[in-house]
Write a protein that binds this ligand. Structure first.
Ligand SMILES: O=C(O)c1ccc(O)c(O)c1
Ligand SMILES: [Mg+2]
Length: 664
């Protein structure tokens, strides 16, 4: 039996407000990825062209239970309006019976005219529960964290307890509980499990924001944020709650993303939460022991890009060691570091190179137990299609990331396995050069995909997110979040932006973008590495003198040392653990660039230097774009002169810039 057959959350549900599209699209997406139930958000029904009976039928056909209807607002403790509010409730009950759902979520009153009176709130809710009970329905009362008087679950529980009606219970929401700093208690302090009618789960990044704005725009799925959702869930289940686990996420990016992708992330997040908390039983999934991390990187290239990549790798000291017998796939090595270029036009990489330009196609990972990692990936609903194209052979174990990069799972000795798949081409043994391993791979991704990719990396590969940081680019801000494995064998900084003119923005402007554009190699002698690179004819990205002027005083560095750094174009940073020296190569093949780093205990990625480096790259990029425009202009009969007489320039300013000649 495969892990995916047994690994299923006990009853997984999702609120329709978490997904984009119309109600039909939301239900189809939820069912397609394997949810058992949905909470119907009222506005989704009101905006839907079909009747409630149609929705009931659709859900039934899709195998989805409708587990809750929500929200019923501003009901309790409003003097003078009880009768009208009960009438309003009866109309909702009609709809619920047409939908075939028995539980209504009533959230705490947010209106200015609600009075601060628990006895009154309890009496009103008892009247509501009476009406509901008479129709075989139930009411779950939820404390919104911005409720007028009731904004904590404990107060909601006092009111529910005081009302003491069998058709009235609590709805607990991890966001409302945790965002105000509450915990859900264990033991005798917890409400009895049968009074917890429903549990909603959402996480969020820690922000200093009022709860309403925080909740309506920044909720994420469990594991994607920083709240203690696992502890919350364990406590709720320990209290005896046995109902559905339901995701309720209000998030601006999720609303803009395809519902199927978000639904898949939601289910994956519930599975990861179940694996972490052991809620629902079952054996824990095996963890991924990352061992050495990256065994090889494989790039999809056309003939032109192959020349450019090969030249850059040669400058860094890589040697061409192998070629596949039947296809244009080449392996380059330097000691234990390996890269492959796949220029085979027939395979999947060929398609990728044609649609996305030169791109990272596959990552080989040297891990402790590849078969167990594959089972883990399958359990998390990853695509695990075999692919014997490129570097891989028919027995390769392969997972796909959400952005469809292939991950080959290799044993601890992975690089030797891979090298043996190639015919040797040069009579040279892979020299031990200055580069000792792949330090990190950076990736530009659309803002809406950031949380999904981060979730994949956490749940499936066991990476953790470092604190995000913002990098100032000359034309906007870039958000950077590094995903790192224990022991740092694998590190993947993810970059996203809302500013189209930034270097990251330009990279993701095309729907089919190359994801990874930046590879950093580690050395233990960066000065030697730069000198070798220069001997082979390459020059590093030039860094302005002003940077070095500032550097000496910032870290109290010896002026001789700063001079040597400047002579080698090496940047420098420190953190509480140590020092970091790094240097960048020029951009090539549609905006790729390589970096060499030397770490002396330092754990970060040089974020403090990123704004300077990005500005230098933007400058280089704009200058190249201008040269390209002039070159094209010079080939035209009018010499490229616009009516005004000035030379046309592609890089005048971000707002007037024409599409770049190549995608960076
Ligand atoms: O933002 C809201 O209005 C809202 C509605 C229903 C909920 O369950 C909730 O947690 C928030
Ligand atoms: Mg809620």
């Amino acid at each position: 039996m495969q892990a995916s057959d047994v690994f299923k959350p006990r009853s997984a549900s999702i609120a329709t407000v978490s997904l984009s599209g119309d109600l039909r699209e939301k239900l189809i997406a939820a069912a397609a990825v394997g949810f058992d139930g949905v909470e119907i958000f009222e506005n989704d029904l009101l905006a839907y062209a079909g009747s409630p009976q149609d929705v009931r039928k659709l859900a039934q056909d899709l195998g989805l239970a409708i587990v809750l209807y929500q929200p019923f607002r501003d009901f309790e403790a409003t003097p003078g309006r009880l009768a009208a509010n009960l009438d309003r409730a009866e109309r909702k009950f009609d709809v619920m019976q047409q939908l075939g759902v028995d539980l209504l979520l009533a959230c705490s009153n947010t209106q200015a005219d609600a009075i601060d009176d628990d006895a009154r709130a309890a009496a009103d809710l008892r009247a509501l529960a009476d009406r509901a009970g008479a129709r075989g329905l139930r009411i779950g009362y939820e404390a919104l964290s911005w409720g007028r008087h009731v904004h904590r679950w404990r107060r909601a529980w006092e009111i529910v307890g005081r009302a003491d009606h069998p058709a009235l219970g609590l709805v607990l929401d991890s966001f409302h509980t945790l965002c105000v700093g509450d915990a859900f208690p264990g033991g005798a302090d917890a409400p009895p499990g049968d009074k917890i009618f429903f549990v909603q789960l959402a996480d969020a990044p820690r922000l200093t924001l009022d709860p309403l704005s925080w909740s309506r725009h920044h909720r994420v799925f469990p594991g994607q944020g920083q709240l203690a959702v696992a502890e919350f869930l364990k406590a709720v289940c320990a209290a005896g709650y046995a109902g559905p686990l339901s995701l309720e996420v209000f998030n601006d990016n999720f609303r803009a993303a395809p519902p199927l992708a978000i639904a898949r992330d939601g289910l994956r997040s519930l599975l990861a939460l179940q694996d972490e908390t052991r809620v629902g039983g079952g054996a824990p999934l095996p963890a991924v022991g990352m061992h050495r991390g990256v065994a090889y990187l494989e790039f999809a290239v056309d003939a032109d890009a192959r020349e450019q990549f090969a030249a850059r790798f040669a400058e860094l000291g890589f040697v061409h060691v192998g070629r596949k017998r039947t296809k244009a796939v080449d392996l380059y090595r330097q000691g234990e570091v390996a890269v492959a270029l796949n220029a085979d036009p027939r395979g999947e990489a060929g398609g990728r190179a044609r649609t996305c330009g030169p791109s990272l196609h596959a990552i080989g990972l040297a891990i402790d137990a590849p078969a167990a990692a594959l089972a883990r990936g399958r359990a998390f609903r990853c695509e695990a299609s075999p692919s014997d194209d490129g570097v891989r052979d028919a027995s390769s174990l392969v997972l796909r990331t959400p952005d469809r990069i292939l991950i080959e799972l290799l044993g601890p000795n992975g690089l030797n396995e891979v090298t043996a798949r190639f015919d040797p081409v040069e009579d040279v043994r892979p020299e031990v050069g200055e580069l000792i391993r792949i330090d990190h791979l950076a990736q530009a991704i659309p803002v809406q995909e950031m949380d999904g990719i981060a979730l994949f990396l956490t749940a499936v590969l066991g990476l953790s997110a470092q604190q995000s940081c913002e990098i100032a680019d000359p034309h906007g801000l870039i958000e950077s979040r590094a995903m790192v494995s224990d022991g740092r064998a694998l590190a993947l900084p993810l970059n996203a932006t809302k500013s189209a003119g930034t270097m990251t923005g330009r990279r993701i402007a095309r729907p089919e973008r190359p994801a990874v554009h930046h590879v950093a190699f580690e050395t233990d002698d960066i000065f030697a590495a730069v000198r070798s690179m220069q001997t082979r004819g390459a020059s590093p990205l030039a860094i302005p003198h002003n940077y070095y002027e500032d550097l000496g005083s910032r870290f109290m560095l010896d002026s001789e040392f700063v001079k040597i750094l400047e002579d080698h174009s090496i940047m420098y940073d420190e953190d509480e653990f140590g020092r970091f020296l790094h240097v960048y190569g020029p951009a090539f093949a549609n905006g790729f660039f390589l970096e060499i780093v030397e770490r002396k205990g330092y754990l970060g990625f040089g974020a403090a230097n990123a704004p300077i480096r990005v500005a230098c790259q933007a400058h280089e990029y704009e200058r190249n774009a201008e040269l390209e425009t002039q070159r094209i202009g010079a080939m035209r009969p009018d010499g490229g002169r616009p009516p005004g007489g000035r030379l046309a320039t592609a890089a005048a300013s971000p707002s007037t810039r024409r599409p770049a000649p190549t995608c960076p």
